[in-house]
Design a protein around this ligand. Sequence first.
Ligand code: ZN
Ligand code: ZN
Length: 353
Amino acid sequence: LAERDIDAMLLTPGSDLFYLTGYHALPAERLTCLVLRKDDEPRLIVPALERDVAEDSIPSDLGIELDDLGETGDATALMLSLIGPAARVAIDNQMWAERVLWLQNAVGVSACHLASELLSPMRQIKDAYEQGELRAAGAAIDRVHEQVPRQLVGGRTEAEVASSIATAIVDAGHATCDFVIVGAGENGAKNHHQPGSRVLREGDAVVVDIGGTLPTGYASDCTRTYVLGQPGSELLEMYAVLEHAQATARAAARVGVACEAVDAAARDVISAAGFGEYFNHRLGHGIGLDTHEPPYLVEGNRTELASGMAFSIEPGIYLPGRAGARIEDIMIVGEDSSESVNNVTRSLVSVDC
Ligand code: ZN
Ligand code: ZN
């Protein structure tokens, strides 16, 4: 804050607040706001009703003082007393618009920065604890993928398969299932397909992209592609290209390499094989407390990979109206090499129909 001449950083419920305090606050209409001040101790404005939960969640050695806000309390006066008028503040990227406008109009903050300017560089580098949690999340979602083949039964709908997988995600140790994409046949060519009434049939390639959040807050995200019965020659050809592209990108993900160069490593392989126009999204995204967070592996991002960064490598090839395939692993960059936290087979898994 001092370096950037910002008086205070204001964090409302979300992953930044959790990152700094361990408090999973409820995003609701009552004001919860961590106030980090340049020249003073940190304070947390908390609804009086939720004081107990906040106290239980936040380690006392962080030295955060709690300011209760009663049901008829004056949030404006309290905020003014903490940051003063005309403060230069950094605000939570995901703060509700009504609070941002309140800060500007009622509290009178004069300049707003995004908290991510300060926090994102910290959150992008995972420490040993966070790396351990991402490995645990990877192992948990791997266990779910190991069970996916037995869910892929001809005649079941995508939605039925997705429902079974959602249960398996929680059973594998996640606190929540965050998403289940099951795209059969032509639906596999839609990147973020919502599982529906499409019935699985022999010959379908099925893209299964799944993730959840561990009780500690860290997320998993892993895609594998399956086929009911024997794959056709078109699918075999594109899958071989995809496997090569994904392995090439994993090998390219080293300290000092630009994010866009890792994207290019996969894209070049796919383009050289003639499928370039069918890989229509960035290569990957950072992951941690949020499933999608910086760094993004995309053309134009010259950020250099650093030890401790974690992100997905997920190239895909999508033939509109026909079929799609994607392979996704979460990688952690180490000093000398990078590791995948997902280790379930990356091969096209053929399921008896
Ligand atoms: Zn995914
Ligand atoms: Zn992903």
